[in-house]
Design a protein around this ligand. Structure first.
Ligand code: UT7
Length: 333
């Protein structure tokens, strides 16, 4: 009997501190009006405390998920962590999360796919579940983007926020549910337009790298914008064509939350009305690979079993793709 992978529970965590556009306008030369018109972000949650990384956010999300789904840590056989802001270069943050939450019978690792982290790791998770190699997996996406955001650079600092979301992934024999198909891509041409230059093996940390602020995100926003608009839309339309999906067949598009204008352009190319496009960028900003799961967490109550969802993302690399997913359960009390 073949199996499909379904998400059977979602829980998230955002740190308490909220950095709004008015406060940001005191830090750099910007305004609420510019940020709302060009990006669509009103506020973002920031992990302020020193000495805490992505694993701290993920730990809380995973603990909440275990409680919500009545899962014991020892039942989990695998944990994947999608992040571009690991606690440290190594060991993988997946290890640290397992230790913090008492997941002792599992293996796992980190996946770095930029803002496509969720869709890439969901496809990876599904392969393990469909093959029977994993029966109960936790997929956690987490970012402390504030750790690599330069709060003196007005072109990037309004964009990003911190968050983590944990999802339980299990097999189902109902093939009409769960991950149905995906189209995913990588190329290296994007590496010059969106990256963190220093701190890896090519440019290790040095006095100079710190002085030059090369441990922060660099982005050529206009170029990334152009690629994101065309590629997110192209791949989503290709996925619809492949499955004969019309706009009416889709319950919701859940796009990566990088920029409201990119989201609108993708929705338009897919022929979707705005009520079918789920958005929370205004509250959380761009949380990289965590942005789609943050929407799943917030709107979980709105989904019905069998709803057709399209996830679409674009990120550093470049990485991009779309996923055709059938939601697995009705709203729970
Ligand atoms: O998540 C991974 C993928 N990332 C993305 O998808 C992000 C894609 N890029 C974008 O979303 C947009 O390019 C940004 C939001 C980053 C920038 O918007 P833009 O419309 O592309 O602005 P721009 O870079 O063309 O800048 C327009 C003007 C410039 O001034 P001049 O040269 O026209 O005088 C900038 O200096 O806006 C200026 N500017 C700002 N002004 C006020 C740039 N940032 C700000 C700011 N406040 N924060």
């Amino acid at each position: 009997m073949s199996k499909k992978a379904i998400i059977t529970g979602v829980e998230g965590y955002v740190p308490d501190y909220i950095l709004n556009n008015d406060e940001l306008s005191k830090m750099v030369d910007t305004s609420d009006e510019w940020i709302m018109t060009r990006i669509g972000v009103k506020e973002r949650h920031i992990l302020k405390e020193d000495g805490l990384g992505t694993s701290h956010l993920a730990e809380i999300a995973v603990k909440k998920l275990l409680e919500k789904t009545g899962t014991k840590p020892e039942e989990v056989d695998m944990l994947l962590c999608a992040t571009v802001t690991p606690d440290m270069m190594f060991p993988a943050t997946a290890n640290i999360i397992c230790d913090k939450v008492g997941i002792l019978n599992a293996w796992g690792y980190d996946i770095n796919a930029g803002c496509s982290g969720f869709i890439f790791s969901l496809e990876t998770a599904a392969s393990f579940i469909e093959s029977g190699r994993s029966k109960k997996m936790i997929l956690v996406t987490g970012e402390r983007m504030s750790a690599i955001t330069d709060y003196t650079d007005r072109t990037t600092c309004p964009l990003f926020g911190d968050a983590a979301v944990a999802m339980l992934i299990e097999p189902t024999e109902d093939e009409s549910l769960g991950l149905q198909d995906s189209i995913l891509h990588v190329d290296g041409i994007g590496r010059q337009y969106l990256y963190q230059k220093a701190g890896g093996s090519m440019y290790p940390a040095s006095e100079e790298s710190v002085k030059n602020r090369e441990h922060f995100i660099y982005q050529d926003g206009q170029t990334v914008f152009k690629y994101a608009v065309s590629r997110m839309a192209d791949v989503s339309v290709e996925l619809m064509d492949r499955h004969g999906l019309k706009a009416d067949d889709i319950a919701y598009l859940i796009p990566h939350q990088a920029n409201l204008r990119i989201i609108d352009a993708t929705g338009k190319r897919m022929g979707l009305s705005t009520d079918k496009i789920l958005i929370n960028i205004q509250k959380f900003g761009n949380t990289a690979g965590t942005s789609i799961p943050l929407v799943l967490w917030e709107f979980e109550k709105n989904f019905k079993k069998g709803d057709t969802l399209i996830f679409s993302a674009f990120g550093a690399g470049f990485t991009w793709g779309s996923v055709y997913y059938k939601w697995g359960y009705d709203p729970r009390p």
